[in-house]
Ligand binder design. Structure first.
Ligand code: COA
Length: 146
């Protein structure tokens, strides 16, 4: 398994995982447009040519939002999401970003446990933030020195 910057050849598999993992997935075009966005940093975990997971982020004025994180069902509980987020943080340090913020569904226990183990702390809550089904979002953040 290796973690590399997302390239155009990975986009169809990333978009397929979006569809599989989320009720409001990003389209393939939206994912592809991130390749030419200087604010964006997307990483993929590769098993050969297979995209096992990915993380997507955007940085503005030293603050980064994590917009997407998913691991293919058959690759879960192998530490891939943890490795992706840790690799992202290392990339962000080089971009002089000092924090990573994300939203997570209240009921998403796997993701909440993951983020807690990575040192994220809750800084807020957005009532009714998510749709399909409607649910509150928790805002989590991790900060570091640069
Ligand atoms: C959440 C998700 C990305 C985790 O990916 P993963 O590669 O399986 O996670 P990891 O193997 O790196 O897990 C690291 C730790 O997170 C926690 N964790 C992960 N999945 C868990 C689960 N199903 N139940 C409880 N804890 C879980 C555990 O503490 C785990 O460590 P352990 O396996 O040593 O116990 C994956 O389940 C997924 O893609 N879910 C659907 C999309 C999603 O919800 N994305 C997040 C949106 S905010």
């Amino acid at each position: 398994m290796k973690i590399v910057t997302m390239e155009s050849c990975h986009v169809p598999q990333v978009a397929a995982l979006e569809k599989l993992c989320f009720s409001d997935p990003w389209s393939e075009n939206s994912v592809a447009s991130e390749l030419s966005n200087d604010l964006s940093c997307w990483l993929v975990a590769l098993d050969g040519d297979t995209v096992a997971g990915y993380v997507g982020s955007q940085t503005v004025l030293g603050e980064t939002d994590m917009m997407n994180l998913a691991v293919s069902p058959e690759y879960r509980r192998k530490g891939i999401a943890k490795a992706l987020v840790n690799a992202l943080v290392e990339q962000l340090k080089q971009r002089e970003s000092h924090c990573l913020t994300l939203e997570v569904r209240l009921s998403n226990e796997p993701a909440r446990t993951l983020y807690e183990s990575l040192g994220f702390v809750q800084i807020g809550r957005r009532p009714g933030y998510y749709h399909n089904p409607k649910e509150d979002g928790l805002i989590l953040r991790k900060e570091w020195e640069i």
